[in-house]
Design a protein around this ligand. Structure first.
Ligand SMILES: [Zn+2]
Ligand SMILES: [Zn+2]
Length: 252
């Protein structure tokens, strides 16, 4: 363990103590790379960065250019409460290798690397964001995992983009079942009233442009529930930035 005395002794020499002790590794394997948030060349070739064409509000990759006013099938039926969602990577084998250990296996050191990728994909959203807010975890799950991976990403992005992160602005007021197997209508019912603005935090959100942060966006239902709670508290606009996005299997 590095003593804080050594760290403070080295600081005047411009030595990045942590970099010196933990040379950056590829986000997806153990190969050394130049800086955090990079892939080694073989992993970079496999990485599926999300790029246009996208559905304008939900950011799902589309096989065609949507054209003015055209939306994906989901948004066309029911536009989301958030204005725009963007993500760095498609959720596939490679991004799962980054995100699952980060989420479930204490690999909290991946937060900075993922945040670097997210800052690139969400540069436009970060530029207009006034406050970053993570998607909350229910306290039972927080106790099991000991950290909220979305809050780690929001804190890292806040530091990178010099934006304030309000890590406890939202709460999960009750636990929900896994949303994966549910239909859109069932998901909405399951999330009804499950996310709320924490008592005493609403005043800081009024008239602000909020950027909601999460690790993975699947159907967008959770992000939508968070956006509804933030807008009901008086937020001016809610956008969403995630590390990865599950593509729509019908469009692949
Ligand atoms: Zn690699
Ligand atoms: Zn859409």
């Amino acid at each position: 363990m590095l003593s804080s005395n050594l760290a403070s002794w080295l600081r005047p020499f411009g030595v990045q103590v942590l970099d010196m002790l933990l040379p950056p590794n590829c986000l997806a394997c153990d190969a050394p790379v130049d800086a955090d948030g990079q892939f080694c060349l073989p992993c970079f070739r496999k990485a599926n960065f999300i790029s246009a064409p996208l559905c304008p509000p939900c950011g799902v990759p589309l096989p065609f250019s949507p054209g003015a006013g055209r939306l994906c099938e989901v948004c066309a039926v029911e536009p989301p409460a958030f204005t725009q969602a963007r993500a760095a990577l498609r959720y596939d084998d490679l991004s799962r290798r980054l995100i699952l250990p980060f989420k479930y296996a204490d690999r909290t050191d991946a937060a900075l690397g993922l945040a670097v990728l997210m800052a690139r994909a969400g540069a436009g959203l970060l530029a207009k964001a006034e406050i970053l807010v993570p998607v909350p975890l229910h306290k039972t799950r927080l106790r099991q995992r000991r950290y909220n991976q979305a809050a780690l990403l929001a804190a890292a992005l806040g530091r990178l983009a010099k934006r304030p992160a309000k890590l406890d602005a939202l709460i999960r007021s009750r636990a929900t079942v896994p949303l994966g197997p549910l239909s859109r209508v069932q998901r909405r019912a399951e999330l009804e009233g499950a996310v709320a603005v924490r008592a005493g935090r609403a005043a800081g959100l009024v008239a602000k442009r909020i950027l909601l942060i999460d690790d993975v966006m699947t159907s967008g239902s959770t992000a939508n529930a968070c956006a509804l709670a933030l807008l009901a508290a008086g937020a001016a606009q809610v956008n969403v930035l995630t590390a990865a996005r599950v593509p729509d299997p019908r469009l692949e």
